[in-house]
Design a protein around this ligand. Structure first.
Ligand SMILES: [Fe+2]
Length: 339
């Protein structure tokens, strides 16, 4: 029996060897859809389901985004990749900037995915929504005393009480890009300087949630699904979530998404794949990782629907801005002494 899904995990080292074998195999005359994915959650189940639904076989490899983009660029016209799937709009915008995606005309995607979650030039489309917001220790802090905005976290009263993510992380960079878009560089700089004064900077979102749970910090700033996962493991974890900026522009929303590569050998199938992920495959793609569906017609999975809710104000700033303002965001965090 043939397995219809082939899973390959690449590392920097394996990349070269795989590249050689891929060219040697000359796989581009096969009917199999090739997907490179910087996203790791929920993809295997989703891709299997896609094959069952459509009869189109999928092979994929996962890796970190910089490696995958480098690989697609290096392969050029000979690339094996028909579609590239990743997390964070910053990564999608980087791929678009490097001309790794083609613009596609898809009424299905335009109907399924809200305008703020897709590229204005139709080169990439958000497929799952991740919300970067405030979490807190429910034993240490009353709901009435919670900060209500990202801006408030820069106030002196929060000094020594917050845990935040390091500046090299693209999630945090995209959040800062949204601050620049909202306030301009000078005001955004003052906010990030306030964060740098107040926060303990940690290297990942899981650690931030653990630190909040342990009372090392009262407040954290994380992608919501990390708390979803933590609560799935331990429903008694003393960590709650509040949506930031509900009184003004709404909470910062980022995406995981994908596009069809410029040199795809199966562009119609790759487009069909994205369309399927945005519609019939939405639930299976997002539910396992506790993300919100990008398609508003699809219901959120039960844990986040009941624990966090679905009715909250979302910042509708187009996700492409996170990419276009990324260099400014990185520079600004450095200038602010936020590391
Ligand atoms: Fe993540």
């Amino acid at each position: 029996m043939n397995t219809r899904i082939t899973r390959t995990r690449i590392s920097a080292l394996a990349l070269v060897a795989l590249g050689v074998s891929a060219v040697a195999c000359g796989g581009d005359d096969s009917d199999t859809l090739q997907v490179y994915s910087g996203r790791h959650y929920g993809i295997e189940t989703a891709f299997e389901q896609f094959t069952e639904d459509t009869g189109i076989d999928v092979e994929f490899l996962t890796g970190n985004d910089a490696e995958l983009r480098e690989r697609i660029a290096a392969e050029g016209e000979d690339t094996q990749a028909d579609a590239y799937i990743t997390v964070d709009a910053g990564n999608l915008a980087a791929a678009a900037d490097e001309d790794l995606f083609r613009s596609i005309d898809s009424p299905v995607l335009e109907e399924a995915i809200p305008e703020s979650l897709r590229d204005p030039e139709n080169r990439w489309f958000g497929l799952a929504v991740r919300v970067r917001t405030i979490v807190y220790n429910t034993d240490e802090i009353d709901e009435a005393d919670l900060p209500t905005s990202y801006e408030e976290l820069a106030e002196p009263e929060w000094e020594g009480r917050i845990c935040m993510r390091n500046s090299t992380n693209v999630y945090q960079q995209s959040l800062v890009a949204s601050l620049i878009s909202e306030h301009g560089e000078d005001e955004a700089l003052a906010i990030v300087e306030g964060w740098a004064d107040n926060a303990e900077i940690l290297s990942n979102d899981v650690l931030i949630i653990e630190s909040v749970a342990d009372g090392l910090c009262e407040i954290g700033l994380v992608n919501h699904y990390y708390l979803g996962r933590a609560l799935e493991e331990n429903p008694d974890l003393p960590v709650g979530l509040t949506w930031a900026n509900q009184e003004d522009r709404g909470v910062h929303v980022n995406i995981s998404g994908g596009g069809v590569t410029t040199y795809s050998k199966h562009p119609e199938q790759a487009q069909q794949f994205l369309e399927w992920l945005a519609t019939d495959g939405q639930d299976v793609l997002v539910a396992e990782n506790h993300e919100y569906p990008a398609n508003p017609d699809v219901a959120a999975e039960e844990l986040i629907a009941t624990e966090f809710g679905v009715d909250f104000l979302r910042d509708e700033l187009n996700a492409s801005i996170f990419g276009s303002l990324n260099p400014e965001a990185v520079r600004l965090m450095d200038e602010a002494g936020y590391s």
